[in-house]
Design a protein around this ligand. Structure first.
Ligand code: B12
Ligand code: SF4
Ligand code: SF4
Length: 331
């Protein structure tokens, strides 16, 4: 009888691509356990199971055409389709690993944990796992940027006891950084900081009819004195938004496309978006001044909070070089 071939990283990655992953890499669980993104709330595989040895991280890109649509509902809808497809791919990768004799399961890609950081953290930060697996680096606005699709992608992780050769992370910085600042210019609530994000502000656009809106409108309803006040509290468009969210998730998640749409990183940008996204209507003099300030801080070598405490690990230790000047670029 011919023996079964040992399961290798190459076999797993080829299978993941065949199943629909647009990019895939392997991260070593021991490295992830050693480098939690936020040490105060460690999002590490060991919290889920100490037996996990490898993480198969992959992404699915959002079709760039959606960012040409003037109606955001089109993007919300495409987002949901990509997420569902991504979960199916993860499920099939886990099934494949189990047929090969290794237990495996995927993380809950969108859920957050009530006990961690006011329920704003997932059990794993899938962006950071993807970065450790060599799929990309973090942007000025904290999105995962990939060479193929910039930030226009969703990402998830399959966890397994299989010991697979890890890919190792990139050390080059894919984000152009301060001289670009297009994400900062485009952000409607001005939430983009210096390799950081005001998440509460972002959520007012990214999750317009999300959890905090639900709490706010229910509180207004309960606090209304008398039937007339209660009826008035029921008349707001937020109730319609909440209804849409319950029905189709539209408006409750992935609501704001702007920092994704304008980022020039990613092969898809030049091919499909450059002409439509060149101008940024949200750009103001105040935002331009803020970007200049960030560039000044960088040039003077002053400390940057978002890069402190080893966080440069996920930004790219070697700094930014244009793609044409990167190692291995065609002459
Ligand atoms: C909660 C959540 C949100 C929250 C908070 C976002 C956040 N950055 O944490 C809100 C509602 C704001 C949000 C918005 C969006 N999200 Co979201 N979100 C999540 C979720 C469910 C958990 C995030 C998490 O656990 N973060 C963990 C922390 C550690 O990550 P972090 O904050 O980025 O970490 C950095 C900083 O906090 C900093 N840091 C850490 N500690 C400290 C301490 C100090 C003192 C300082 C200064 C800094 C600092 O260091 C880290 C960088 O090295 C993930 C899914 C998942 N399980 O990962 C999706 C996820 C991150 N979201 C995603 C998406 C697509 C979005 C939106 C684009 C949706 C939209 N269009 O509306 C926006 C993008 C906003 C942005 N620029 O980041 C994708 C990301 C894809 C990508 N290409 O990056 C994910 C991975 C979902 C998925 N399955 O693909 N999201
Ligand atoms: S998702 Fe929208 S609100 Fe949030 S950082 Fe990006 S542009 Fe700003
Ligand atoms: S828009 Fe520019 S600064 Fe922002 S993440 Fe993309 S490359 Fe970086």
């Amino acid at each position: 009888m011919i023996g079964r071939m040992a399961l290798t990283t190459e076999i797993v990655k080829a299978k993941a691509r065949e199943l629909g992953a647009d990019g895939v890499g392997i991260a070593d669980a021991a490295v992830l356990n050693a480098y939690p993104p936020d040490k105060a709330h460690p999002q590490i595989p060991a919290r889920i199971s100490p037996e996990i040895r490898s993480c198969v991280a992959f992404f699915k890109r959002i079709p760039a055409g959606a960012f040409r649509a003037r109606d955001n509902a089109c993007i919300h809808h495409v987002d949901q389709l990509v997420l569902r497809e991504m979960d199916r791919v993860g499920y099939r990768i886990a099934r494949f690993l189990e047929t090969e004799g290794h237990w495996a399961f995927q993380t809950a890609a969108q859920e957050t944990v009530w006990e961690m950081k006011n329920a704003s953290y997932g059990s794993l930060s899938t962006r950071h796992v993807a970065i450790e697996a060599g799929l990309g680096t973090i942007g000025l606005e904290l999105n995962l940027l990939t060479k193929e699709a910039g930030p226009r992608c969703y990402t998830t992780v399959v966890l397994t006891d299989a010991a697979l050769e890890p890919d190792g992370k990139l050390t080059e910085q894919l984000c152009i950084g301060e001289p670009c600042s297009r994400c900062l210019y485009s952000c409607p609530p001005d939430a983009v900081q210096h390799w950081g994000l005001d998440k509460r502000l972002c959520a007012t656009f990214a999750q317009e009819f999300g959890f905090s809106t639900i709490v706010r409108v229910f509180s207004a309803f309960l606090g209304g004195e008398g039937d007339q006040a209660k009826l008035r509290a029921l008349a707001g468009h937020q109730w319609f938004g909440i209804w849409q969210g319950l029905l189709r998730v539209v408006g409750a998640f992935g609501d704001c496309p702007r920092c994704l749409a304008v980022c020039p990183v990613g092969d898809d940008y030049n091919r499909f978006l450059k002409d439509a996204q060149r101008e940024i209507p949200e750009k103001t003099d105040a935002k331009v001044a803020r970007a200049r300030e960030l560039l000044g801080i960088k040039k003077r070598g002053e400390p940057i909070r978002g890069r402190a405490d080893g966080r440069v690990r996920w930004i790219g230790e070697d700094g930014y070089r244009p793609p044409a000047r990167r190692a291995g670029a065609p002459a």
